[in-house]
Design a protein around this ligand. Sequence first.
Ligand code: AMP
Length: 400
Amino acid sequence: MNILVINAGSSTLKCQLVDANKKASLMKALAEHIGSPDAVLTISGHKQISIKNASIDTALEHILEYLNDGQDSPIHSLSDINASGHRIVSGGEYFTESVLVDEEVIRKVDLCSELAPLHNPNAVICIRACQKLFPRIPQALVFDTTFHHTMPPKAYMYPLPMRYYTDYAIRRYGAHGTSHRYAAQQAANLIGRRITDLGIITCHLGNGGSIAAVSNGKSVDTTMGFTPLEGLMMGTRSGSIDPAIVTYIMRKENLSYKQMDDVLNRQSGLLGISGISSDMRTIIDAAHQGNKNAELAIDMYAYAVQKAIGAYFAVLNRVDAVVMTAGIGENSAELREIIFDRLAHLGMILDRQKNNMTSDLGSDRIVSIDDSPIKICIVTTDEELRIARETAALIESLNK
Ligand code: AMP
């Protein structure tokens, strides 16, 4: 079964064609800087195509064109694709598991756009594009939020008047669920124990970032909230700030709700503090050159991660492992060192040599010292592969 996995980000589109039977990736495509003159499409890591100013659906069409006609396409034509699986950032209270697409499902995903304004609208555009381009193949939706449905009310409720929950379903939903679920399971595998016996803190540190407390395999709390804006400082998102700042700035600068939303979602975080980039690699390079704002951005980022790990250390009855995953978590030995140097007193003791080892980069591993009371693990997240597996499982269960 060939599954086209579509992961629509705020300004990126990741697509992967996966042979679900062989659990093998046949093609990976990454469109970056969508909507800007620098928009570029990279296919299977090497072929680069400029897609200047392309919108997300045009970027998807370019990928499909390549799959249909490309000289080195792994399939003969689009009819070799059996299903598509979409990553959906927010399913709100509507979805507690993965589903197949129908009009009612799309309507609800669209309704959840308010909860994930950078992501859900782009996902709906991609779902519609697939309906047009492959009207006959099933489309599955895999939600970032469903893993966090096990959170207790004390973790998901906000201390606001109750009617905001009953009238508008304002509560914590969390995100990156597929990644947290997988990271926790892989950590249990690395430790060689059953996940149902463990307390694990999973840190998804990419362009977006969130941390989850996972008790016996179930998410009991997470830093992202009603929307993916809450929690850690991120690439362009502020994460948690005093809510009074929002109304204060709006008044001071006479900003509309939309303008303020843009400040918080697109102009803040690493970009806002460093003033140069939302990309951690660029910021690390600048800090090495002595850029003080870049140094501050790194210091603040690490501090936000440190505080969240500390909070979940307190929340869980036991902590056996902390897992680092996604772009920064997996790849930046420097950030891991800064973060865990500040957490050694909690029994999370990094082995600097293992942390810096590049020989087995890309493989899941433990990077704490052998007798660290809490293991520090690195797990490479492959969200698209996870989505393909869930899509295949959903379709198979419906065919039974
Ligand atoms: P993701 O959203 O998971 O693709 O992660 C993107 C983030 O990971 C960006 O901020 C990148 O700069 C960061 N990243 C990727 N590779 C590295 C690396 N080797 N060192 C530091 N940050 C990295």
